[in-house]
Design a protein around this ligand. Structure first.
Ligand SMILES: *[C@@H]1O[C@H](CO)[C@@H](O)[C@H](O)[C@H]1NC(C)=O
Ligand SMILES: *[C@@H]1O[C@H](CO)[C@@H](O)[C@H](O)[C@H]1NC(C)=O
Ligand SMILES: *[C@@H]1O[C@H](CO)[C@@H](O)[C@H](O)[C@H]1NC(C)=O
Ligand SMILES: *[C@@H]1O[C@H](CO)[C@@H](O)[C@H](O)[C@H]1NC(C)=O
Length: 335
């Protein structure tokens, strides 16, 4: 009995230590979350669309399957309901904890859904987006252990969600302040395109406010894009964007939180007349990234995450909505 109690105490104590922040970085002992991000390279995981409001049970199943196939990290995309429900982010984080996969909850700062909606008078940053940032922050405070980092917006500079980079930065700093009151030090960033940063004017406040750089990198949208697996277009475009981020990162870590190549052009139209959106083209891009595991991602210490898990982002999944693989995907997690 005594032994059992001591064991229980040890476990409880161990968990308390883990939960008490800087040293627990969702499932890697001895490293802070930021150090863990810095150490990551190669394929890391998936972008996961939460618009269909899957249950904790369903999300746990998805995360278990991703993990069984090598994924270590998931970033959310879109939002469930109004996106301002702390309870739903609690569910997402709980599911990640169940599967022991690291989660990057993303606060959706575009006031509307990305596609097929027009703006109404209430679709403003203050009315729609700020409550989502607050909800994500609260859910992370409720259950920080599975959380690797927080994304404040998907392409918030590209879409100018907050009205100015300075306004966006002030919300990032507010999240940091609230986390720190809760005793947490969780890396913050925005998930954006090189073009988003390049086209936004005075980006210094945002560049100063982020702890690392989450990169949306999509050679599919390039003007010279052809097939996903074409190294001379896709790969060149990919590394050009990374070089831009390296130029503003000042040594801070870089993680490609969103990259991919769709199997159709339905949700996001391309810019190149020679584009090929098909299963072989998508597979070719996946394998192209994997082929640079050693020569690029490892030497640069950069991880990449695929958009998306399933086709709820139409065409972008490694799986159809019925759950079957589009091709037999796998990628190295070490090299
Ligand atoms: C905007 O929000 C107000 C206050 O909640 C509500 O009364 C109004 O119906 C909303 N307008 C639209 C167009 O949704
Ligand atoms: C930070 O905490 C304050 C005080 O509880 C709250 O009013 C504010 O909405 C919070 N902001 C965020 C981004 O969580
Ligand atoms: C690969 O991309 C290059 C540069 O855009 C282009 O010239 C070439 O035709 C492409 N090859 C194929 C097979 O599409
Ligand atoms: C799933 O959907 C795809 C695309 O519609 C189809 O080709 C495939 O046969 C389906 N798989 C199953 C198991 O139904």
């Amino acid at each position: 009995m005594v032994l059992v109690n001591i064991l229980a105490l040890a476990i409880a104590y161990g968990w308390a230590v883990f939960a008490s922040d800087t040293l627990d970085s969702s499932y890697s002992t001895g490293l802070s979350r930021l150090e863990k991000i810095e150490s990551m390279y190669a394929w890391e995981g998936f972008v996961y669309d939460i618009e269909s409001c899957r249950s904790t049970y369903e999300m746990t199943q998805d995360f278990n399957e991703m993990k069984a196939r090598g994924a270590r990290v998931v970033i959310t995309f879109e939002f469930c309901g109004t996106g301002a429900d702390v309870g739903y982010y609690d569910d997402v984080i709980t599911a990640a904890g169940n599967a022991e996969i690291s989660i990057i909850p993303l606060a959706w700062t575009l006031p509307i859904h990305a596609v097929g909606q027009s703006y109404g008078p209430n679709d403003t940053f203050l009315i729609k987006s700020v409550p989502r940032i607050e909800a994500v922050t609260q859910a992370v405070i409720n259950n920080p252990k599975p959380v690797l980092a927080i994304a404040i917006g998907d392409e918030p500079l590209y879409d100018d969600d907050a009205g100015s980079p300075a306004a966006l930065a002030s919300y990032i700093n507010q999240v940091r302040h609230n986390l720190s009151i809760a005793g947490l030090d969780i890396p913050l960033s925005i998930s954006d395109l090189a073009y988003g940063w390049q086209s936004s004017g005075s980006i210094t406040p945002v560049a100063d406010a982020v702890d690392f750089f989450m990169v949306n990198n999509f050679p599919y949208f390039a003007f010279d894009a052809t097939t996903g697996g074409n190294a001379s277009s896709s790969w060149n475009d990919f590394i050009q964007d990374i070089e831009y981020f390296q130029s503003i990162a000042n040594g801070r870590p870089i993680l490609v939180t969103q990259t991919g190549w769709p199997t159709n052009e339905d949700e996001f139209a391309p810019n190149s007349p020679d584009i090929v959106a098909s299963v072989p083209s998508s597979e070719g891009y996946w394998n192209l990234l994997d082929s640079f595991c050693q020569d690029y991602f490892k030497s640069m210490n950069i991880g990449w995450m695929w958009r998306s898990w399933e086709d709820d982002i139409d065409g972008w999944g490694v799986k159809y909505l019925n759950g079957s693989d589009k091709w037999h995907w796998n990628a190295r997690t070490e090299c």
